[in-house]
Design a protein around this ligand. Structure first.
Ligand SMILES: Nc1ncnc2c1ncn2[C@@H]1O[C@H](COP(=O)(O)OP(=O)(O)OP(=O)(O)O)[C@@H](O)[C@H]1O
Ligand SMILES: [Mg+2]
Length: 211
C-alpha cells in the first residue's frame, strides 16, 4: 500500500481555505481516495482546547512566544496522533493551515525570529512536511469583504488575531509569498480572487498529476 499524500492549505484570513479544503476532500473521494480533513489548531482533543484558548476574548492575552507554543503543542499532537498514522495507512490528509502559518503569523506578523520558528516547527512535527502546499492568495480588500460576509452569515465576530490591522495582514501576505519562493517545489500559489468554482478548478489542475 502506498503512503497517502499530505496537502496543506495556507493563506490569510478569508482567502477560502476552509471552503476549498472541503471541496477538495469531496473531489479526491470521488476519485476513490480515502481522505482525512483536519484543521489547525484542532483535530485532537488537545488541539480543540488550544483553539478555545487562542479564540478566548480575555484581555490577558498570551505573549507572542506563548501563542506560538500553544499552536506548536496542538500541531505536535495532531501530527503524532492523527496525520502520520493516517498517511502510513494510505489515507490522503488535507490540513487547513500548518507549519507555514506559524512562520507567517508569528514570524512575519509578530516579529519572532524566523530561523528559530523553522526549527520549532521541525521539532513539533518530527520534520514532517506537506507534500504539497496550496497557498491561496487574495487581494487584501477581497479578504476583508469575504470575512465580513462570513461573520454576517455565521453571526460570529472576528477573533483577536483576525482583528489585527492592515499592516499585520500585509506582512502575512508578504511572509507567505516569501515562503512560497523559498520552496517552489512544495508550494502551488493559487490566485484565489475569483469565484469559488474558478479557484476550485485551479487547485484541481495544480494537483492533477498526483491524483
Ligand atoms: N472564491 C470565493 N468568492 C467569494 N466568497 C468566497 C470565496 N471563497 C470563500 N468565500 C466566502 O468567504 C468567506 C471566507 O471563506 P473561508 O471561510 O473558506 O476562508 P478561510 O481561508 O477558511 O478563512 P479563515 O482563515 O478565517 O478560516 C466565507 O463566507 C466563504 O463562503
Ligand atoms: Mg477557515
Amino acid at each position: 500500500m502506498s503512503r497517502g499524500v499530505f496537502i496543506s492549505f495556507e493563506g490569510g484570513e478569508g482567502c477560502g481555505k476552509s471552503t476549498q479544503s472541503l471541496l477538495l476532500k469531496a473531489a479526491l473521494e470521488k476519485e476513490g481516495h480515502r481522505v482525512l480533513l483536519t484543521r489547525e489548531p484542532g483535530g485532537t482533543w488537545l488541539g480543540e482546547q488550544v483553539r478555545k484558548l487562542i479564540k478566548d476574548q480575555s484581555d490577558d492575552v498570551p505573549c507572542a512566544r506563548a501563542e506560538t507554543l500553544l499552536f506548536l503543542a496542538a500541531r505536535a499532537q495532531l501530527v503524532e496522533k492523527v496525520i502520520a498514522p493516517a498517511l502510513d495507512e494510505g489515507v490522503w490528509v488535507i490540513t487547513d493551515r500548518f507549519i507555514d502559518s506559524t512562520i507567517a503569523y508569528q514570524g512575519y506578523g509578530r516579529g519572532l525570529d524566523i530561523a528559530q520558528l523553522h526549527r520549532a516547527n521541525e521539532f513539533a512535527c518530527s520534520s514532517l512536511k506537506p507534500d504539497v502546499t496550496l497557498l491561496l492568495d487574495v487581494e487584501p480588500k477581497e479578504a476583508v469583504s469575504r470575512r465580513i460576509s462570513r461573520e454576517q452569515k455565521q453571526h460570529s465576530s472576528a477573533d483577536r488575531i483576525e482583528r489585527e490591522g492592515e499592516l499585520f495582514h500585509s506582512r502575512l501576505r508578504e511572509g507567505f509569498a516569501a515562503l512560497a519562493a523559498e520552496e517552489p517545489e512544495r508550494f502551488r500559489v493559487i490566485d484565489a480572487n475569483g469565484a469559488v468554482e474558478e479557484v476550485q478548478e485551479k487547485i484541481w489542475t495544480s494537483l492533477k498529476h498526483l491524483v
